[in-house]
Structures are given as structure tokens and as C-alpha cells.
Ligand binder design. Structure first.
Ligand code: BTN
Length: 249
């Protein structure tokens, strides 16, 4: 396999490409990086147990990838986010601005166009693999969503989903090469360069306490950095940060 020529296993429908990848890894059926793609999902899953609407025409794909050390595996979700941002920005050119929203969303002009769900699974021999699931709204967007949503068709005629996967894989392999050679720091820098809401006020609630501060980027592990008025910098490792009104205006 080369960066330009990924292994792709295609379905008309599955429950979830992440679940399909997990079953295959757990059954010892995957021995090399593999994309699992489908036209529709019956039970598409989002982060935090949410549903991912999966109508035909959009991208639903999961990359099964031999895991690096598990503690640093979450960094890969930032790599795929940058790969997707580069891909989408390259397609829409200056017609729209594509940004990465912490932790795992891609926005187009401030509206969600793509989401990422990173999971792990073990082979029968006990080897860890990561499953990097990505959904990209090409031709349709969910009618209801927590964050305003969009799709590529609102800006341009979208390419075919298989073409999107091939382009995404090319971006992914070159970013992964940088990650292997130089670690996460240059990738975190790339993510921050296209981050949504940098320098804007954000809120994060933890244990009945509300943290309010300015979103200043990522640390070396992928945690979001929030600078409080006092100057103290909080690191947020999981969950959601709420951006105040007006970001991106
Ligand atoms: C999110 O924004 O909450 C993450 C959405 C991830 C959706 C993708 S679609 C392909 C893969 N299979 C799933 O069931 N989920 C991911």
C-alpha cells in the first residue's frame, strides 16, 4: 500500500463503520491499515454517546490503524482533523473558511461539517489498534444538531465519497510521517493554525464549577488550554468547551 493507494473495504450499509472495524480487529481479521467505508449507517455514533445521522451521500469511514502507545493515541484524532481541514479547505479554496474546533470537529464558516470519533480495539493476540472514525457532510446535514451544521454542497459540487477518502488518506499519511519523525509538537502547531475560536472566551464546567477563560491552544498531549483572568492556565482533557456567542463573526 502507498499513501496514494489505501486499502478500502466498502459496504452499502453497516451499523457503524467504527463497530465494523472493531469486530474485524477483535476477530483478528485486520493485519494492515484499512479504511472501512459505507454508503449509510444504521446506528452511526458520535462522541459522548450521541447519534450520527448517516444518510446516503455523505462520508462515513473508519481507518483501522495499528496503535502507537495508547496514552498518545488520542493525538491521532488531531492529525486526522488537520488532514480533513486541509482537504476541505483545498476543495472550497477561498469560498469558505475551514477550521478545527476542539477536540474533534471540523467547521466550515463556523458550522459543523465533520466529526471524528476515535476508539480502540484489541486483536486476539492482545495488540492494540486505533479506529479513527470520521463523518463528513457532503450532500446533506442533520436537521437538528447541537451546533449549527452545514454540508459541502452548500458551497460547491462535492466530489464522490471514495475520492474524498483517497485525498484524506494522502493528507493523513504525510501528517503521520511528520508525527513519527518529529512527534506531536509540529502537528499541534498545524492544528492551532486552523483552530476555531483561538483567543476567544470559552466555558467549561467541571464538578459544579464553571471555568471561564480565553482559549489559547493545545498542550503537547492535545489538552485544550484555557487562560483564566488570573493568568492561570487550565488544561482540559475531555468533554466539551462552550464557545461564547460571536466567535467567528
Ligand atoms: C462527533 O462529532 O460526535 C463524531 C462523529 C463521528 C461519526 C463517524 S461516521 C463514521 C464513524 N462511524 C460511526 O459510527 N461514527 C464515526
Amino acid at each position: 500500500m502507498t499513501g496514494a493507494d489505501p486499502y478500502i473495504l466498502s459496504f452499502d450499509t453497516v451499523d457503524s463503520t467504527n463497530s465494523e472495524a472493531a469486530r474485524r480487529i477483535q476477530a483478528g481479521l485486520i493485519h494492515h491499515p484499512l479504511w472501512i467505508v459505507t454508503k449509510t449507517q444504521k446506528s452511526g455514533r458520535g462522541r459522548l454517546g450521541r447519534q450520527w445521522v448517516s444518510d446516503e451521500g455523505n462520508v462515513f469511514a473508519s481507518l483501522a490503524w495499528p496503535a502507537p502507545e495508547l496514552s498518545i493515541a488520542p493525538q491521532l484524532s488531531f492529525l486526522i482533523a488537520v488532514a480533513a481541514q486541509q482537504l476541505l479547505q483545498g476543495l472550497v479554496k477561498d469560498k469558505a473558511e475551514v477550521t478545527c474546533k476542539w477536540p474533534n470537529d471540523i467547521l466550515m464558516d463556523g458550522q459543523k461539517i465533520s466529526g471524528i470519533l476515535l476508539e480502540t480495539a484489541k486483536t486476539p493476540k492482545g495488540e492494540d489498534w486505533v479506529i479513527i472514525g470520521i463523518g463528513i457532510n457532503l450532500t446533506s446535514k442533520p436537521e437538528e444538531s447541537r451546533w449549527p451544521a452545514t454540508c459541502l454542497a452548500e458551497t460547491m459540487e462535492p466530489p464522490h465519497p471514495q475520492d474524498i477518502i483517497k485525498r484524506l488518506h494522502r493528507n493523513w499519511t504525510s501528517l503521520f510521517q511528520i508525527w513519527e519523525d518529529q512527534g506531536f509538537t509540529p502537528l499541534a502547531k498545524k492544528w492551532v493554525q486552523c483552530a476555531f475560536g483561538l483567543g476567544h472566551e470559552v466555558r467549561y464546567s467541571v464538578k459544579n464549577k464553571m471555568i471561564v477563560g480565553s482559549f489559547t491552544g493545545l498542550d503537547e498531549t492535545g489538552a485544550a488550554l484555557i487562560r483564566l483572568d488570573s493568568g492561570w492556565v487550565e488544561r482540559i482533557y475531555a468533554g466539551e468547551i462552550e464557545f461564547s456567542q460571536g466567535v467567528g463573526d
